[in-house]
Design a protein around this ligand. Sequence first.
Ligand SMILES: [Zn+2]
Length: 266
Amino acid sequence: MTIYENYKDQTFLVTDPDARLRDPGDIWKYITYQAGDDMPAGVSVGDFKLVPVGVQVAVSDVMVVPAGSTKRLFAYAKSADGATTYGWTSTTNFQGSFRNVTLGRIEPKSGAGRYAETAAWSRGAYTGQVSLVLIVDRRLELEKLTSEMAGPYFEMVQDALADGVEIVINSGFRTFAEQKYLYENFKKGVAGFFKAAPPGRSKHQNGTALDIPVGGGPGLPTYDWLAANATSHGFIRTVKSEYWHWEHRPAEAKKANMRGVHTTWD
Ligand SMILES: [Zn+2]
């Protein structure tokens, strides 16, 4: 399988009984209504063809469609056996299984500088360029991982899945501009923005950090699984107040593993 476009090696179960097929030329249809919304004048649900619920589909292409402040992902779906072509439908129709899908890579452009989207930073200083993988997060939005971390991350995901635990991310690699946006909104006290390091100083900019939704932390399945297994995959907790923040630091994780702990401070 290709770690950069892993959706091509999977099938997805259509679980939404209202999995509408969309006309790729009619972008407004993608973003103006979802299940439960009122239809615009002159349009009815019957105007849409549907992908039958319960069908396993293969996806040959993905379209990223801007929708307000976010983006929505649409998939070009065929039946898993290839016999029936359905067409474009929202990836929200696949019971969340589009999470952890990878959608290609971003390689540094020649001459890319310190504010390029592939620029890494550590402790306030620019440290060089990294290769990135686009990955679908918990909310079915796009995040980035460094190519270096993608292998260990997916090994951990598979290992967890074998134990019945789903590991996904809320945040991965951030560009300088993304960190600046988070930091400035946090400083202004904008609702929905949490404590964030100043741009250039976040571990989300050096390629090591992942935010993994773990519920409330200890005692809940995802957290407990990570506490028992993450260090075997090179991941370790580094911020005492953040149960969700894990970093890929193989050397420290190995030492912690030998001591039977999963944090940098124990
Ligand atoms: Zn974090």
